[in-house]
Unconditional design. Structure first.
Length: 126
């Protein structure tokens, strides 16, 4: 199987995964008992994040899959609608990968590396 076919399949697989993760995200963030009875507050979200690592895993997976899906889509559009030479394809792909890695690092750091969201501060607020 060539790389174009793999990209085509991965675009469909990540699209389906995004739908599943979006449903899970909305259910967890907007329809659980805590939110229905007490409203959606920063403290509730942070308590859930630090109380259950699955919440963080779901949101980080959502971020990574959405980034791949979106950037692969941009790459496909550029390649399909532009006159792109093989050398330019490598440059476009490299730039999108670097951009995706930077955004992924920034997003993951917001979930797990933010010193303002430490477990002690959230417990004291709750």
């Amino acid at each position: 199987m060539n790389s174009r076919a793999i990209n085509w399949y991965l675009q469909r697989i990540t699209g389906a995964a995004l739908l599943l993760l979006l449903i899970m995200h909305f259910w967890v963030e907007h329809f659980t008992a805590d939110v229905r009875h007490h409203g959606l507050t920063f403290e509730i979200i942070q308590r859930r994040f630090f109380g259950n690592p699955w919440f963080v895993a779901i949101d980080i997976s959502f971020l990574i899959i959405a980034l791949y899906h979106g950037l692969n889509g941009v790459r496909n559009i550029v390649f399909d609608f532009g006159r792109v030479t093989p050398r330019l394809r490598v440059v476009v792909t490299a730039l999108l990968i670097l951009f995706g890695l930077a955004v992924a690092y920034w997003g993951i750091d917001a979930f797990v590396g933010n010193p303002h969201l430490s477990e002690g501060q959230v417990a004291a607020a709750g």
